[in-house]
Ligand binder design. Structure first.
Ligand code: AHG
Ligand code: MN
Ligand code: MN
Length: 336
């Protein structure tokens, strides 16, 4: 019989991680704890999304006369409002907001910068398919006052934490502060995220590839040749790989993290720089995958080494099992 090791809640885990840093002030832990609250609120809205028509919400107003917001806007506002007054942030930026999100003048400013995609995979909201929130945390560079664009435009290598919340068959909070990647599953009965996946690691090689093959005719030749390779038969390297593509990066990433495999969003004729956002999507997932023993690249440069120039910039993304990412890079570099 398996020994019962006791429950580890997300809040306790955050506190125990903090004890490893004797100089920690608690500011960072309270930021993560506030984020867990935001995750519960957004998760509740996501779970109720299908009820909007059933319980009588009409047009743009609900039965209380409140405006019914699109879920990605609601998630954005919930996260901003939960984090803007805790005193731990100096600035935020989100895929759903234009420019930087300032901390209101009446609230104290802190040492951290928070960048996020409030609801990733939003085209899947109305069809009950997994979606998620992705976040990235940096320490500020500027000394005091409002955070600046320069505070936000740091290479991913400098992230102090990153993670995501997946709203799927159950909600999961997955994060790393640099020491392992840990996953917590939400227990709605007690309202807590409980440790379910400690020290997650990604296999060095998988059997899954994830890409939008509908764009085959938009792809560069190198990626078309990779597609021919990965779908051709070779039992020694498990080929052909299985294709799995949800269309929510966070959900495709989560599956490939657990099973192994590679997610590819290359540059194509429609998206010459790729589609995914460096600061809100690629950097945080690259931080996690590297801490789990995997790799993330734009084909030529590791994602975490890219110097950002624009808060909203896009990047090609190849992410997942180390050996699988290396094979895609070999094709892009003309070595295969
Ligand atoms: P978002 O919903 O935050 O705008 O992100 C959508 C992204 C990502 O989640 C997904 O991997 C990708 O768009 C899918 O794009 P295609 O439909 O072009 O394959
Ligand atoms: Mn997204
Ligand atoms: Mn989004």
């Amino acid at each position: 019989m398996q020994q019962f090791k006791g429950f580890m809640t997300l809040s306790r885990h955050i506190m125990e991680q903090e004890r490893k840093y004797p100089k920690a002030t608690g500011e960072f832990s309270s930021l993560l704890s506030d984020l867990a609250v935001a995750a519960k609120i957004v998760g509740r809205s996501v779970n109720k999304a299908g009820l909007v028509d059933v319980i009588g919400f009409t047009g743009d107003e609900n039965i209380f006369g409140e405006e019914v917001k699109k879920l990605d806007i609601l998630a954005n506002e919930t996260i901003v409002r939960t984090l803007d007054h805790g005193g731990h942030l100096c600035v935020m930026a989100s895929e759903e907001s234009n420019g930087l999100i300032k901390i209101p003048p009446e609230h104290p400013k802190g040492n951290y910068v928070f960048l996020f995609d409030p609801l990733d995979g939003s085209s899947n909201i109305d069809v009950n398919v997994s979606i998620g929130t992705i976040f990235s945390i940096f320490r500020r560079i500027s000394k005091e006052g409002d955070g600046t664009l320069q505070d936000c435009l740091q290479p991913g290598f400098y992230q102090v934490a990153a993670g995501y919340v997946l709203y799927g068959s159950s909600s999961m909070f997955v994060y790393s502060t640099g020491q392992g990647v840990h996953g917590f599953t939400y227990d709605p009965g007690i309202g807590e995220f409980l440790l379910s996946n400690e020290n997650m690691t990604v296999p060095d090689r998988g059997k899954i590839f994830s890409m939008n093959t509908g764009y085959l005719n938009f792809w560069p030749d190198e990626i078309r040749r990779y597609y021919d390779y990965i779908t051709s038969v070779d039992p020694a390297t498990n080929r052909p790989y299985s294709l799995r593509y949800i269309g929510s990066l966070v959900a495709d990433f989560h599956r490939n993290l657990l099973y192994g495999g590679v997610f590819i969003y290359p540059p194509d004729k429609k998206h010459p720089n790729g589609k995914l956002r460096l600061m809100y999507e690629a950097n945080p997932l690259a931080f996690l995958v590297e801490k789990a023993g995997g790799a993330a690249s734009d084909g030529f440069t590791p994602i975490l080494q890219k110097q950002p120039v624009d808060i909203d910039q896009e990047t090609p993304l190849i992410i997942g099992s180390k050996e699988d990412v290396a094979v895609v890079e070999d094709f892009l570099r003309g070595k295969k």
